[in-house]
Design a protein around this ligand. Structure first.
Ligand SMILES: [Zn+2]
Length: 359
C-alpha cells in the first residue's frame, strides 16, 4: 500500500497528507481496514517528503521504494485478558499473547499505538508528566572513553565507556577487511554487523543514561548537555587530529546516549537544557579564565592557579551553562558571556555547594 501511495504521489506531484489521501485512498484495496489504509498514506507522506528534500539537493535521487514490512496503527487494537487484539477485517481479529513483564510495564498508562514487523511488536504508551523545577544542575560531558557528570553540589561521576569504543573499533576493523566487490552483499553483511554492534553497545549506554537520570531525579536537578549540532565538525578531516582519533571520537554514539537521557528524563519530569558546545572544555570552571594544557589530561588556570581535571572542568562548565541559560535565570548574562567584554569577566564561584556568579 505504501508503494502504491508513493507512485500516486509522484505521478500526481502530491506530497501533503491531505492531497495524497484524496488522490490515493480510493486506489487502495477496499478489503483492508480504513485506518490501515490511512496509516499507509501517512507513512508514504513521510517517505515522499524525504525524497523531495533529497531530490532538491541531488536531482538524480532514486525514486523511493518501501521494502520493510511494517504496520503501525493507533486505532482498532485492544488489550484485554493478557491479549493484544488486532483487527484484520471487520469482526475478525488476530490475538497476540503479552507476557507478564509487558503487562506490568503497560499497566496504568495510555497505550497509544502498536507497530508490527515480521519479528517484533512495539507498543508505545504515554503519560502526563509534570516538570520538576530544578534545584540544581547536572552537567554532562562526553569524552573519548567516558562520560563525566558534575553537579552543582560538586558531585563528580565518571562513567567508563571504553568498552563501547572498543566494540566499535573492532567492528571497524572487521568491516575494513571486507573486500568483496559486490555492493549488495556488502550492504547485507554490514547491516548485520551494525545490528550486532548495536546489540552490544546499547545496553552499556542504557545503564549510563539510567544512572544519570536517576541521580538527577532524586536530587531534583535539571540535566544540561551540549547541543549536538555541528559537534561532528570538530572531528573531521583537516583538523590535524589523525584518522584514528577522529574515527574513535565520532564512533561512540553520544547522540544515542543523549536521546536516551532526554526521553528518560522527560518521562521522570526532569528538565533537560542544551548549551552551545563552545569553550566548555577550555574555560576554568572556577574563575572563567582561559586555561592552559597541563600533563595527564589536566588543565592549569593561570589566573586562579588551580589545576583542574579536564573532563570534570568541562562537565562543570556545562552544568553552569544550565544555570546561565535557564529560562528563569537572570536575563542578559548569557549575552555578557557571549561577547566577552574586556573590562568585565564572568566569575563563577563554587561555595557552600552552590554555584554563584559575579561580574
Ligand atoms: Zn581559574
Amino acid at each position: 500500500m505504501v508503494n502504491v501511495c508513493i507512485t500516486v504521489g509522484i505521478e500526481e506531484n502530491a506530497s501533503s497528507l491531505k492531497t495524497l489521501s484524496l488522490k490515493s485512498y480510493h486506489r487502495l484495496s477496499r478489503d483492508i481496514l480504513g485506518y490501515y489504509r490511512l496509516g499507509a498514506i501517512s507513512v508514504a507522506t513521510g517517505i515522499l517528503r524525504n525524497y523531495r528534500k533529497a531530490e532538491r539537493k541531488n536531482p538524480r535521487t532514486r525514486v523511493p521504494f518501501a521494502r520493510k514490512l511494517m504496520l503501525t496503527t493507533c486505532y482498532g487494537f485492544k488489550i484485554q485478558n493478557n491479549l493484544l487484539r488486532l483487527p484484520v477485517k471487520p469482526r475478525h481479529y488476530v490475538y497476540v499473547k503479552l507476557n507478564s513483564h509487558t503487562l506490568r510495564a503497560l499497566s496504568g498508562f495510555d497505550v497509544r499505538s502498536v507497530t508490527l514487523t515480521p519479528v517484533s511488536i512495539s507498543i508505545s504508551y504515554s503519560r502526563e508528566t509534570v516538570e520538576i523545577k530544578p534545584e540544581g544542575y547536572v552537567g554532562i560531558d562526553r569524552n573519548l572513553d567516558n562520560v563525566t557528570t558534575a553537579s552543582t553540589d560538586e558531585t563528580v561521576r565518571r562513567f567508563d565507556l571504553s568498552k563501547a569504543t572498543e566494540i566499535k573499533a573492532d567492528y571497524r576493523v572487521v568491516k575494513s577487511r571486507f573486500n568483496r566487490n559486490d555492493a549488495r552483499i556488502r550492504t547485507r553483511v554490514f547491516s548485520k554487523f551494525g545490528e550486532k554492534q548495536r546489540n552490544r553497545v546499547q545496553p552499556l549506554l542504557h545503564k549510563v543514561s539510567k544512572n544519570i537520570v536517576a541521580e538527577a531525579k532524586t536530587k531534583q536537578y535539571g540535566i544540561v548537555m551540549e547541543k549536538l549540532t555541528g559537534i561532528r565538525r570538530l572531528y573531521r578531516t583537516g583538523n590535524f587530529q589523525g584518522r584514528n582519533y577522529r574515527a574513535r571520537m565520532n564512533s561512540w554514539s553520544y547522540g544515542e546516549l543523549q536521546r536516551q537521557i532526554e526521553y528518560k528524563a522527560r518521562w521522570e519530569g526532569v528538565r533537560v537544557t542544551y548549551v552551545p558546545p563552545r569553550n566548555t572544555s577550555k574555560r576554568c570552571s572556577i574563575c572563567g579564565y582561559k586555561t592552559l594544557e597541563s600533563t595527564h589530561r589536566r588543565l592549569w588556570c593561570p589566573k586562579c592557579g588551580t589545576i583542574l581535571d579536564r573532563d570534570e572542568n568541562a562537565a562543570r562548565n556545562i552544568a553552569a551553562g544550565g544555570l546561565r541559560f535557564s529560562p528563569n535565570g537572570p536575563p542578559g548574562e548569557a549575552m555578557v558571556e557571549e561577547r566577552e567584554p574586556k573590562n568585565s569577566t564572568l566569575i563563577l564561584k563554587v561555595d557552600g555547594g552552590k554555584l554563584s556568579q559575579q561580574t
